[in-house]
Design a binder for this molecule. Sequence first.
Ligand code: SAH
Ligand code: SF4
Length: 368
Amino acid sequence: MIDLLNLTNAQMRELLAEWDEPAYRADQIDRWIYQELVADFSAMSNLPRELRARLTETARIGVPQVITETKSADGLVRKALLALSDGQTIETVLMLYPDAPGSPELEEPHAAARSFSRRTVCISTQVGCPIGCPFCATGQAGYIRNLTPGEIVAQVLHMARGAAPITNVVIMGMGEPFMKFDVTWQAIQTLVEPARFGLGARRITVSTSGEVPGIERMAREKLQVNLAISLHAPDDELRNQLVPLNRKYPLKELMRAVRGYLAQTRRRVTFEYALMDSVNDRPEQARALAQMLKGLLCHVNLIPLNPTAASPYRRTPYDRVKKFERILSDAGIPTTLRVEKGIEIAAGCGQLKQVTSRKSQVMLAAPA
Ligand code: SAH
Ligand code: SF4
């Protein structure tokens, strides 16, 4: 069975050409999948009956099965635990942001969700994550495999079906998105393609733990997707512990790649920095960070550390967060504090993980 979500529009056209179907059928199918959000081929009413039958026999729309769905008490965050076709699981989060008044009246079933002006999906790119940051639940749960482009896109499809058009996508769920750059980029292409989701590239943000070749490739891409980099430490010694990928791409190399990216794109980069009590939150560390970022077209997003089971780290108390923020702002570095969302349902940054079954434990232990 071909998962149609794994095909680019060009590949969809090739498939239909092989079947002696006109090229416009590819666009019709795309529209059904990505705009009408239909789940099966029988609903594609403008396709000839024989084509629908052939699709049913040979292809599928690989939207994952929902195992559980949880909602925060205020209803603004929804987290889905999804099962992929091989039984592996991932988590995907929808965040609704309260509206500006006067938004248009919309019809059921989406009226409730549509009254929020921003509807952001946070998607995963891997089952688990091989980077292994010690403060992150995904990193602590181990690594199983990469997702396919279709499995990445399917998470947006799933949330779009329940929550009206999605306005923003952040690739900040489970996994390091640049470990398989082509896969992540194909998913992004599907999200922006006008005949598919038609999302503006500027409404998409991809967060990397510092995979330098990915940053270099993104610098060459035309799409104006936003780049966020998980920094978390102003020196190599500390960053080696907090973000182990730093041993492969130390700060000097990372910052060289960022400067290259800025020179080529002139697009502001976001640096994420999760504040951990007495680990990376001291005033001299704030000053070192400001020094490192001085003069760059950037923005620092300070994240209150979210609790995870295995993490030895604690969150910085609020007064010291404000102090850290002040030092950066005074040094001329634009700084914001990330708003906490969905912590009580473990849907916050770094809280997502797969269900580790015995089967997946065996897979983890197996040689690569
Ligand atoms: N793997 C990518 C993207 C997913 S993580 C990356 O690391 O950039 C999204 C953000 O949440 C990253 O900045 C990550 O460092 C941060 N994060 C991880 N665990 C966290 C935790 N326990 N509390 C707060 N932020 C966390
Ligand atoms: Fe992976 Fe990002 Fe978690 Fe680090 S913070 S383990 S890179 S998902």
